[in-house]
Design a protein around this ligand. Structure first.
Ligand code: DMJ
Length: 585
């Protein structure tokens, strides 16, 4: 018996030896026929699967179309369409992932990013559930945002967009039963708005679940007293339980520009979704006050006096403490559908862009464009990685200009993105430091050398890829992702680096890594229709908020405004991937 089985296995083995077929035409022919038959069987099966997939997609498309028609019919007959509206958008966003013909390489990369999100999320779930952030090396949690479960709230929309439904449901349950805002704790108005209010509103806009809207309103109500200052420029800290608001001593009692000018998007959306105008009024008043003191170059120092509303002292910068004020001027305009009601935001943004041009210099010897900071009258050759959101913002805003300016700004956006990418490429770990100095003849050199998993550069790459169609930006993003995988991934999550030169790790997984860095990377490898720029605007923490149809917006406008309203320039045009041009870098 044993001999028979060993002789039969040796005869099978002979079939695999080339010598078995040498000078034996019949055996060769049999082999060839077997090969053709197997290939046919395989091909046939693949074709069947593909045909089924196409059929399925067609049916889903038809279903979607029927829902849209039902939605229109209901609207025409004056019935509520709210539930249906969200049903449609949910299905649409999910299906678009599949409907688009995805490049297999993009698909593979997107899966890797999704896997990174699962790793980050499950690590947080295991070691820090319910706390603000995970400390992966200590395998414990820490509360830097008053214990509001910042990682959970910040991750909601990323989980939703990636289709991680089970995880999204668990996060939702926690928000329903354990998220408590009544905390005797000093919170940052800015951080709480962009992460918590923004995260909850985005989850509401994506899922339609009213739980999120209710919670967003609850925390925003606790933040509102911060705007009760003589000028209406908010205090930047607030006690969540008592509502006592104040500014920090190190800022000399001043309010910080970015902290005061980065609540507009979230609070306007909250007013629109709830029908309560108070939130919108508070934050729009801030812009009205700043418009009164806005300089001709549109550049404000980082400190503003909340009593007088006057710019105080401090650096002018597109980096820390200045950055998102400029970002929101553009984004409120986009979110308001570029209508007359929000025209002044665009005007202020364009003025600031003139100012930005006056800060741009080129390094030697390699001609990297960079954005200087300004102290008094002198420029300092320093740029934060935080300012690397600017290439994306400039590219996004370039479409509102006439052709000549649009080309000029788009080309500046590309140059700055190249610089930011080189912030990463120029270090031994291929991860960027916190800021860079430019010295004559030496191009860039790292200043503060930590990396805390920040998103700004991949954010800009996502915008540039979508707006130019150039796949080079995807390659750059992929290289950055791989550097995170190599240096920052450990068994219990992702950590930052204390030093990008040595690779020494820190002990913190920032919530914006899940909210922003991984989301922007995921979208970098997704079809541009997934959270399309035509329908969504990202807040500064990467939470997409739905662009509001004009009719709803008019609730808060005066009659005169509505009458004089005209649509401004043509909508942003998003290039298809094939339309992209090659870039010289
Ligand atoms: C985020 O909280 C936001 O992007 C903010 O605008 C700037 N800082 C971090 C990410 O670096």
């Amino acid at each position: 018996m044993a001999r028979r089985s060993s002789s039969s296995s040796s005869s099978w083995w002979r079939l695999l030896q080339p010598s078995y077929y040498l000078k034996r035409p019949k055996r060769l022919a049999a082999l060839f026929i077997a090969f053709v038959c197997l290939s046919f069987l395989f091909w046939d099966r693949q074709t069947l699967v593909r045909e089924h997939e196409v059929e399925l997609l067609k049916l889903k498309g038809e279903l979607h179309q029927l829902r849209v028609e039902l939605h229109d019919t209901k609207r025409r007959f004056g019935e509520s369409t709210e539930d249906l509206h969200f049903e449609i958008s949910k299905d649409k966003d999910k299906e678009e992932n599949h409907i688009q013909e995805m490049d297999p390489l993009d698909m593979q990369r997107r899966e890797k990013v999704k896997e990174a999100m699962i790793h980050a999320w499950t690590s947080y779930e295991k070691y820090a559930w319910g706390q603000d952030e995970l400390q992966p090396q200590s395998k414990s949690g820490t509360n830097s945002f008053c214990g509001l479960g910042a990682t959970i709230v910040d991750s909601l929309d990323t989980l939703y967009i990636m289709g991680l439904d089970k995880e999204f449901q668990k996060a939702k349950e926690w928000i329903a039963h354990s998220l408590d805002f009544n905390k005797e704790c000093e919170a940052s108005v800015f951080e709480t708005t962009i992460r918590v209010v923004g995260g909850l509103l985005s989850a509401y806009d994506l899922s339609g679940d009213k739980l999120f809207l209710g919670k967003a309103k609850e925390i925003a109500d606790r933040l509102l007293p911060a705007w009760n200052t003589p000028s209406g420029i908010p205090y930047n800290r607030i006690n969540l339980a008592s509502g006592r608001a104040y500014n920090l001593g190190w800022a000399g009692g001043n309010s910080i520009l970015a902290d005061s000018g980065t609540e507009q998007l979230e609070f306007i959306v909250l007013s629109e979704r709830t029908g309560d105008p108070r939130y919108q009024q508070k934050v729009e008043n801030v812009i009205d006050q700043l418009a009164k003191v806005f300089p001709s170059d549109g550049l404000l120092p980082i400190y503003i006096n909340p009593h007088t509303g006057q710019p105080s002292h401090g650096t002018i910068t597109f980096g820390a403490m200045g950055d998102s004020f400029y970002e929101y001027l553009l984004k409120v305009w986009l979110h308001g559908n570029k209508t007359e009601a929000v025209r002044h935001y665009r005007q202020m943004w364009e003025t600031s862009m003139k100012g930005l041009l006056s800060l741009v210099k080129k390094s030697t010897p390699s001609s990297f464009s960079y954005i200087c900071e300004k102290n008094g009258d002198s420029l300092s050759d320093k740029m934060d990685e935080l300012a690397c959101f600017a290439p994306g913002m400039i590219a996004l805003g370039s479409f509102g200009y006439g052709p000549e300016d649009a080309a000029k700004f788009m080309s500046l956006a590309k140059e700055l993105a190249w610089t930011c990418y080189n912030f990463y490429q120029s270090t031994p770990t291929k991860l960027a430091g916190e800021n860079y100095y430019f010295h004559g003849g030496q191009d860039m050199s790292v200043g503060t050398s930590w990396n805390i998993l920040r998103p700004e550069t991949v954010e800009s790459l996502m915008y540039l890829w979508r707006l130019t169609g150039n796949k080079t930006y995807q390659e750059w993003g992929w290289n950055i992702f791989q550097a995170f995988e190599k240096n920052s991934r450990i068994d219990s999550g992702y950590v930052g680096l204390r030093d990008v030169n040595t690779g020494v790790k820190d002990d913190m997984m920032q919530s914006f890594f899940l909210a922003e860095t991984l989301k922007y990377l995921y979208l970098l490898f997704s079809p541009p229709d997934v959270i399309s720029f035509d329908e969504w605007v990202f807040n500064t923490e990467a939470h997409p908020l739905r662009i509001t149809p004009r009719l709803k917006q008019e609730i808060f406008k005066s009659k005169e405004d509505v009458q004089s309203e005209t649509k401004t320039k043509s909508p942003v045009r998003h290039l298809g991937r094939k339309e992209g041009r090659s870039i010289s870098h």
